[in-house]
Design a binder for this molecule. Structure first.
Ligand code: XMP
Length: 523
């Protein structure tokens, strides 16, 4: 638990996929909060934490199952406002004398729904139901539902499948909603959080500057006088992580830049130069191209490739760590989306989409402990923190680059020839995007080289070369994405340039898949 002079909000996590989004909404309101898994939240914990308000998250379980998660009694007795979300609502109703029933087809709801207000507009729904339709779009995702509200509660909003969509015990300041106000699909959801924290009396004085101080304190606490090595990739995440660590522990930090041979054109020189010269950091340039490409030879399965890269990363770090006196920690710029897409919560519905190399690939028994100071943040928040730390704008604005590098942009088997072609094509594509002034409008843009050769004609001759796919997406946090609507003129010009300037490619396609159903990377 953290010692902070700010008012604190406690989020009790019952295992929802989107609990972090609640924290994010609260950070946007400059409210300090901490997420704690329900197993750790005992009566004593609540007393010691002394929250100014509590939120019960959603979760995959059913309150009717014996042994299903519960908040401690002290939560209800703390005398502070509580907001229950989805499972959090059900648990609150169940604990306080209402009824919850198992979902049947008619009452289970997944997806968009519309909530209408009832009579009376207490502060909790201030700013809701304001447009001409008088209703609000919300995102539902529940099997069970409340069938009888607890004594003292009243209904503030209903939807066709959830007669108790918004409920409140105004005397005790307990609020409970069936839907998820924290997700984008509840467009006005942030307003409910705002109303809740204002009613709870939060001053809203928790800023990214404060977050930085907090993180620096946490890093010092965790690391003590030991040395840390930081996995530098040159992307925004590891750059911000390194800058933060450098500020926290100075000389105790050594950055290791692993050149796995899967980097973009000139990337190694640029990154190492930038960190050594601009940031005055200790950087080791580990050229391990042969090791990585050697082990990847002949491998075409995406998960196998990711696992190999993840394993080698750790091996390499350990090797370098052993050479640094007293290095006990490994720092990584793991972000929240990396965590949520790799980890399943107690067998809940959150499935593994991809094993991100910096999470899933970690061996159980690693000789180094992890420091992951960005684990709670989303990409745009990391950028804000980077600005706060004074990193150059050109670095903060860089598109994300995945740890496994070009390996996941080279579907199927990786060969040196393909990598060489891919690097050149990617450089032309990014150059085009910059020339057209589009770089900052795009979340991420890259080329993927396809495992297929196609027939073409150049001059008077036949060609039989690789096809490639251009990818460009817009996104807020990498969790969802839309393809970027380039003009046909831009696409045509870029295709011509790639085919003319890059030997080995004779066909260019543009990937117009959004996420979901696609992912941003090809593997
Ligand atoms: P996907 O392809 O999962 O990508 O839609 C979402 C975002 O994550 C990046 N990405 C990774 N980043 N290690 C990373 O550090 C990884 O293993 C990894 N895989 C994907 C991807 O570039 C995009 O920004």
């Amino acid at each position: 638990m953290t010692d902070t002079s700010h008012d604190r909000l406690l989020i009790i996590d019952f295992g929802s996929q989107v609990t972090q989004l609640i924290a994010r909404r609260l950070r946007e309101l400059n409210v300090y909060c901490e997420i704690h898994p329900y197993q750790n939240v005992t009566d004593a914990f609540v007393t010691e934490f002394a929250p100014k308000a509590i939120i019960f998250s959603g979760g995959p379980d059913s309150v009717m199952r014996e042994g299903s998660p519960r908040p401690p009694k002290a939560a209800y007795e703390a005398g502070v406002p509580i907001l229950g979300i989805c499972y959090g609502q059900q648990v609150m109703m169940h604990d306080l004398g209402g009824k919850v029933e198992a979902g049947e087809h008619a009452t289970a709801e997944f997806g968009r729904a519309y909530v209408k207000p009832t009579e009376g507009r207490p502060d909790f729904v201030k700013g809701w139901f304001m447009d001409e339709t008088g209703q609000e779009q919300v995102w539902m995702s529940h099997g069970d539902h409340v069938s009888e509200i607890a004594p003292g509660f009243e209904v503030l909003g209903t939807s066709p499948g959830a007669p108790f969509a918004i409920t409140a015990d105004l005397a005790r300041n307990f609020y409970a909603v069936q839907f998820h106000p924290e997700v984008h699909h509840t467009p006005n959801g942030a307003t409910l959080y705002e109303n809740f924290v204002r009613m709870a009396g939060f001053a809203g004085d928790w800023t990214m500057g404060a977050y930085r101080e907090e993180m620096i304190r946490k890093i010092r606490e965790q690391v003590g006088d030991k040395n840390v090595i930081c996995a530098l990739s040159g992307g925004v995440d590891s750059s911000v992580a390194a800058a933060l660590l450098h500020e926290a522990i100075g000389e105790q930090l050594t950055c290791v830049f692993v050149d796995h041979g899967l980097l973009r054109l000139n990337e190694a020189e640029e990154v190492v130069g930038m960190f050594r010269d601009n940031m005055n950091l200790k950087v080791i340039h580990a050229d391990e191209t042969e090791l990585f490409l050697g082990e990847l030879e002949g491998q075409s399965d995406p998960e196998t490739k990711r696992k190999i890269i993840g394993r080698l990363f750790i091996d390499v770090f350990q090797k370098y760590a052993n050479e640094i006196d007293g290095a006990e920690f490994l720092a990584q710029g793991t972000l929240y989306p990396d965590v949520i897409e790799s980890v399943s919560f107690s067998g809940g519905p959150s499935v593994t989409i991809k094993s991100h190399h910096n999470v899933g690939g970690l061996p159980e028994k690693m000789g180094l402990k992890l420091v992951e100071p960005l684990r709670e943040l989303f990409k745009d928040e990391v950028r804000e923190l980077g600005r706060e730390l004074g990193l150059p704008a050109s670095f903060i604005g860089r598109h994300p680059f995945p740890g496994p590098g070009l390996a996941i942009r080279c579907p199927g088997e990786i060969t040196r020839e393909k990598l060489e072609i891919l690097r050149k094509a990617d450089a032309v594509y990014i150059d085009q995007i910059r020339k057209h002034g589009l770089y900052d409008d795009i979340w991420q843009a890259f080329v993927a080289i396809l495992p297929v050769r196609t027939v073409g004609v150049m001059g008077d001759g036949r060609t039989y070369d690789f096809a490639c796919a251009l990818r460009a997406v817009t996104s807020v946090d990498g969790m969802t994405a839309d393809y970027y609507p380039f003009s046909h003129e831009f696409l045509g010009e870029t295709a011509t340039r790639i085919i003319n300037e890059v030997k080995g490619i004779n066909r260019v396609t543009y990937d117009i898949t959004s996420k979901p159903p696609g992912t941003i990377e090809w593997e």
